[in-house]
Design a protein around this ligand. Structure first.
Ligand SMILES: Cc1cc2nc3c(=O)[nH]c(=O)nc-3n(C[C@H](O)[C@H](O)[C@H](O)COP(=O)(O)O)c2cc1C
Length: 216
């Protein structure tokens, strides 16, 4: 049986998608799947952190209206090769897929994902459904088969996770004091160790599915 090949197209701004993907890929590779990664690189990315509140609010507004963020050309191998599955990964921005992923879909979606099996992979604070639905609608238009998404929410209760996200995006330091009131509610930004283990398992699960499908 020939080796299964998975293309992972991803964008990550604060590295949460990337960290989760690392484990997911380890799960795929431990089951013998070959993985090729394509990182989407914006031509003019948002500076990190946002220098002013006004810039952050402007970014939230523009992403709410699905403003594209132009990316550099993707590798030719993405377009030429055929895949057993494509994982399209990135953060949720104002309920939508991020600007670089939207630009990828506009420019390469049909050519790369058309007729393929696609798994959306989402890292977000908490609201991912519209993001998934937008991807699904676009991908189905290109004739792709869209699987259930792999989703990771920030595992802290509201309002702390929103406050923590804003603090992170502005580059403010959460006090290092162990017993500060904020740290008690919000230990850290992003995904947890348990979610990394879950990502590894999800990678193995996808590998199993791909291998089983080819046995039928
Ligand atoms: C401009 C912007 C808008 C965001 N909007 C949302 C949102 O609408 N819903 C949500 O759950 N998370 C939202 N987030 C949070 C990110 O989805 C979340 O922090 C994610 O883990 C970041 O992944 P990354 O590090 O791979 O970029 C937003 C983040 C940014 C920078």
């Amino acid at each position: 049986m020939s080796k299964k090949r998975v293309l992972i197209v991803y964008y990550s701004y604060t590295q949460q998608t990337r960290i989760q993907l690392k484990q997911f890929i380890a799960g795929l590779e431990s089951s013998g799947v070959e993985v090729v990664q394509e990182r989407l690189e914006p031509i003019t990315p948002y500076a990190y952190p946002f220098a002013t509140n006004a810039r952050l609010v402007a970014a939230m507004l523009m992403t709410f209206f699905q403003k594209r963020m132009a990316i550099k050309p993707v590798a030719a191998s993405c377009l030429a090769d055929s895949w057993d599955c494509i994982v399209l990964a990135g953060p949720t921005w104002s309920y939508n897929p991020s600007g670089p992923v939207l630009d990828f879909l506009d420019r390469y979606g049909k050519e790369v994902c058309g007729g393929q099996l696609v798994v959306p992979f989402i890292s977000c604070r908490s609201y991912w459904f519209l993001h998934y639905w937008t991807l699904k609608r676009r991908l189905c238009r290109y004739g792709a088969t869209v699987e259930q998404p792999v989703v990771f929410n920030h595992p802290v209760k509201e309002p702390w996770r929103t406050i923590g996200l804003l603090i992170k995006l502005r580059g403010w330091e959460i006090t290092r004091r162990k017993y500060s009131w904020l740290r008690q509610h919000y230990p850290k930004y992003g995904h947890s160790q348990e979610q990394r283990v879950d990502a590894l398992e999800q990678g193995k699960k996808l590998a199993e599915k791909l291998l089983c499908d080819s046995c039928r």
